[in-house]
Design a protein around this ligand. Structure first.
Ligand SMILES: [Ca+2]
Ligand SMILES: [Ca+2]
Length: 258
């Protein structure tokens, strides 16, 4: 009887040893996260060993051709396509047929893990309480002309309550000639201001950029959202695209296209 118990326990131990060995091997063979993000023709970011890096799309062309991208136009998912870059991005379906699409803000992502996208809508701000506070805190006194004045209600931390995001600027003001040009993006949560982007410069008539929230999505699948903020410059200068995460109670710039 005693012998049977010993054999049983020995078999049990062997079983668990094999089990752990397999779990261990599976853990080791889990693929690292891979992702590529394309925003219009301005930006191509790649996830490299857990860090986002800025790539030149010309150099990256060869790697692109065999990747199937999920494409968003104006924040709306229009399906999965292969991409080719000409003046704009050309889309090909899985049979490699060219697919026409309506123009608009273009965003494409290829990743070996799921990416959760948050729907966002922007409105003209009607309540200037927090905007006025931010302008005051930054010693901006001439606020007679806004060229960007957007408000976004986003439940950024998924706790059921919306956070308020604002993008404001007086870049390229036509009616007035303010001494300072500002371009600011911030979040208000429970009466506290958290800055994303902030640029305040002497106005030379052509500097500053018009900021807006481009996308809100969980880009690394850690159940926390990232924000893609874009800022449009005057004339031919490329748009400035930025990716932010929220960590330790502050927004952190993960990558930009500079
Ligand atoms: Ca919230
Ligand atoms: Ca994330």
């Amino acid at each position: 009887m005693k012998k049977k118990y010993i054999i049983f326990i020995a078999l049990l131990i062997i079983y668990f040893l094999i089990l752990f060995a397999f779990i261990g091997i599976n853990n080791i063979t889990i693929k690292p996260k891979e992702a590529t993000i394309i925003i219009d023709t301005e930006t191509l970011w790649k996830l490299n060993n857990g860090n986002w890096i800025n790539m030149d799309s010309k150099i990256y062309d060869n790697e692109l051709s065999d990747k199937l991208f999920t494409v968003f136009i104006n924040n709306k998912n229009i399906g999965n396509f292969f991409l080719e870059k000409e003046n704009n991005w050309l889309l090909y379906d899985t049979n490699r047929n060219l697919v026409k699409y309506e123009g608009g803000s273009f965003f494409a992502v290829n990743s070996n893990y799921p990416i959760n996208v948050k729907k966002i809508t922007a409105q003209q701000t009607s309540d200037f309480k927090y905007i006025n506070q931010v302008l005051y805190d930054n010693n901006i006194t001439d606020t007679s002309e806004f060229t960007v004045n957007l408000h976004y209600e986003i439940d950024f931390d998924d706790d059921g309550k919306t956070e308020n995001f604002y993008t404001i600027s007086n870049a390229f003001a036509r009616e007035t000639s303010p001494p300072k040009v500002f371009s600011i993006a911030f979040m208000e949560k429970e009466d506290k201001i958290y800055y994303l982007y902030k640029s305040i410069e002497e106005n030379d008539g052509q500097n500053g950029c018009k900021p807006y929230i481009n996308m809100v999505m969980d880009l690394d699948n850690d159940k926390k959202y990232e924000i893609i903020l874009s800022c449009g410059y005057y004339s031919i200068q490329n748009r400035y695209d930025m990716m932010y995460s929220f960590k330790d109670n502050a927004f952190k710039l993960l990558v930009d296209n500079k």
